[in-house]
Design a binder for this molecule. Structure first.
Ligand SMILES: [Zn+2]
Length: 296
């Protein structure tokens, strides 16, 4: 009996020993894995901080590599006439976060609450307004004094309706002369914006700066607007930036209207062009483009 009991006790002791050794192996294994895990954790933390550092470097590179600047100038902004297209363009730009440069015909602006509301929102989103004559007249037909009066009337009307002090003249129908430049200097208009074919960028007389549009969105032939192809427009922007250091795309609300309705095909071209340009360029207002012209 004693022998049998001893045998059982011995067996139990062996089982405990085996269980113990298994536990020991498992504990050793576990602690090994824990140490591996903590090493991995350490590696991960190091990688994470390295990644944070790289992200900061990338932000710094992005900041230092400012993309070339572009501006969109929309001429003939006015009450009622083609106001669906005007409102569409302003709304689209606001949705895309693009500031615009709006050449307003002052005499015909201020009564159409839809247009005024869209322009006010555009200004709140960073857009600028410009004086497009007084009533879309050919300025060179008038004396210097008369031009001065028309410019002042235009500036004052925009100030009264929008609360904005305008400093840029967009002469309607590209019509201007030396008296226009003199009249500008006397009325607080400091920049003239025509089209590149009519005047080069740079300083002109009386301290007035010329910042012409360099790309036309469409061409007017026998009273109808023909929108250029996407590739043509894109190439012209690239060329303009190469030659002048900036591009100003000129368009008019009525370019987007065919037979009294908004032309979806033209709108599509405009939207795709904006999308393509936004990849490599930044849209801005004339104050930044003026700085480029002054420094070149
Ligand atoms: Zn015009």
């Amino acid at each position: 009996m004693a022998t049998r009991l001893t045998a059982i006790l011995l067996s139990l002791l062996m089982i405990f020993a085996v269980v113990d050794s298994i536990q020991f192996v498992e504990i050793a294994d576990l602690s090994g894995r824990l140490s591996d895990a903590s090493e991995s954790q350490g590696n991960l933390s190091r990688l994470e901080s390295e990644l944070d550092r790289l992200r900061l470097d990338l932000d710094e590179i992005r900041r230092s590599m400012k993309p070339p600047l572009l501006a969109i100038r929309i001429d003939d902004v006015q009450d009622y006439y083609q106001n669906n297209a005007t409102i569409f363009l302003l709304q689209y730009a606001a949705d895309e976060g693009i500031p615009l440069n709006l050449a307003i015909i002052p005499k015909y602006f201020g009564l159409d609450q839809k247009v005024v509301g869209a322009v006010v929102s555009a200004i709140q989103n960073g857009s600028m307004v410009m004086v497009h004559g007084w009533e879309h007249e050919e300025l060179e037909q008038f004396s210097e004094a008369e031009q001065e009066k028309r410019m002042l009337d235009g500036k004052n009307r925009l100030l009264e309706i929008l609360g904005c002090e305008s400093t840029i003249l967009v002469p309607p129908i590209y019509s201007f002369n030396n008296d226009t430049i003199l009249a500008m200097s006397r009325t607080g208009l400091t920049t003239i914006s025509t089209y590149i074919d009519d005047q080069d960028p740079g300083l002109v007389d009386h301290g007035i700066l010329s910042v012409p549009a360099t790309v036309e969105m469409s061409i007017l032939v026998n009273g109808s607007w023909y929108t250029k192809s996407l590739d043509e427009l894109y190439d012209e922007v690239v060329e303009s930036i190469g030659v002048y250091g900036y591009a100003v795309i000129l368009t008019h609300p009525e370019e987007f209207v065919t037979d009294g309705r908004i032309d979806q095909e033209k709108i599509f071209t405009f939207e795709v062009l904006i999308d393509r340009l936004q990849i490599y360029y930044a849209f801005t207002t004339f104050d930044e483009i003026e700085a480029i012209v002054r420094s070149s």
